[in-house]
Design a protein around this ligand. Structure first.
Ligand code: PMM
Length: 277
């Protein structure tokens, strides 16, 4: 997994939500066999790692307890570890991260950037694993009211830098950190678009940057039909591939997507054109 950070990029992370209620794939992979089969398909489609989440972060969603989160993710992690699949754990809880690392996960994807659980830095520094710090202002219930910015790009960069400083102060090696602007988290559509347009500012912070636009509601709104109905999540994959490719072209280290093949294909086209320059 060290290789993943040092060498190969762009990295494509396939999303596996083993939740009954995630906005796009909630309920589809709650069963272990279905989850494992989908993870294997994403790897076959070109994913470099599978991001496993047991708690929905959908705006407005209620929290579950750690035992429920663990009961959802651990059986899937164990099976995928046995199959040699690279995985990250999408959690804000240190206990869940520690158990997932123990079970075979090699990256911690923390949408709270270390803010939700003061123990997370210790778990990550003990493991020496990569830690994705996403820009976050509060749990899903309060996300809407926190989407207030004068200059979203500057503020996201400043708040991410604070999280990096806190992680390093807590003993985590800087070269283990990956940043994520947190599209859709305490952000309105206009904030997401501005962050996409100015991703170079996040990249300029000097750490690998992951971008997760996949199927998010602002894409659905962009693609609304004539009656104003947002395009449903499963029909946002072309827009996801376009947004992900723009991120990679702007210097992102990796992208997090539900439908892996479209994005992998788009990246291959881009790489081929780049190789001709
Ligand atoms: N988005 C979601 C969940 N986890 N993790 C990172 N690092 N970045 C994201 O943008 C992100 C995430 C919400 O989307 P989902 O419900 O489809 O997983």
């Amino acid at each position: 997994m060290t290789d993943l950070l040092a060498a190969r990029h762009p990295v494509v992370m396939g999303i596996l939500n083993v939740t009954p209620d995630s906005f796009s794939d909630g309920g589809r992979y709650a069963d272990v066999d279905a989850a494992v089969a989908h993870a294997r398909q994403m790897i076959a489609d070109g994913a470099d790692l599978v991001d496993i989440g047991g708690e929905s972060t959908r705006p407005g969603s209620a929290r579950i307890d750690a035992a429920t989160e663990l009961a959802r993710v651990l059986p899937v992690i164990r099976e995928l570890a046995a199959a040699g699949v690279s995985m990250s754990i999408d959690t804000t809880r240190a206990t869940v991260a520690a158990a997932a690392l123990e079970a075979g996960v090699s990256v911690v994807n923390d949408v709270s950037g270390g803010l939700a659980d003061p123990d997370m830095a210790r778990v990550v520094s003990d493991a020496g694993c990569p830690w994705i710090l996403m820009h976050w202002r509060g749990h899903s219930r309060r996300m809407g009211e926190l989407a207030v910015y004068d200059d979203v790009v500057k503020e996201v960069c400043a708040e991410l830098s604070e999280r990096v400083d806190a992680a390093v102060a807590a003993g985590v090696a800087r070269d283990r950190l990956i940043l994520d602007p947190g599209l859709g988290f305490a952000k309105k559509a206009e904030h997401n678009w501005r962050l996409s347009a100015h991703l170079d500012a996040v990249v300029a912070l000097g750490l690998p940057v992951l971008v997760g636009a996949s199927r998010k509601s602002y894409l659905g709104r962009l693609l609304s039909g004539p009656d104003g109905t947002p395009r449903p999540p499963a029909e946002r994959d072309a827009a996801t591939a376009a947004t992900s490719l723009l991120a990679v072209a702007a210097g992102a280290w990796g992208v997090r997507v539900h439908e892996v093949r479209d994005t992998v294909d788009a990246i291959r086209v881009w790489q081929t054109v780049e190789a001709c320059r």
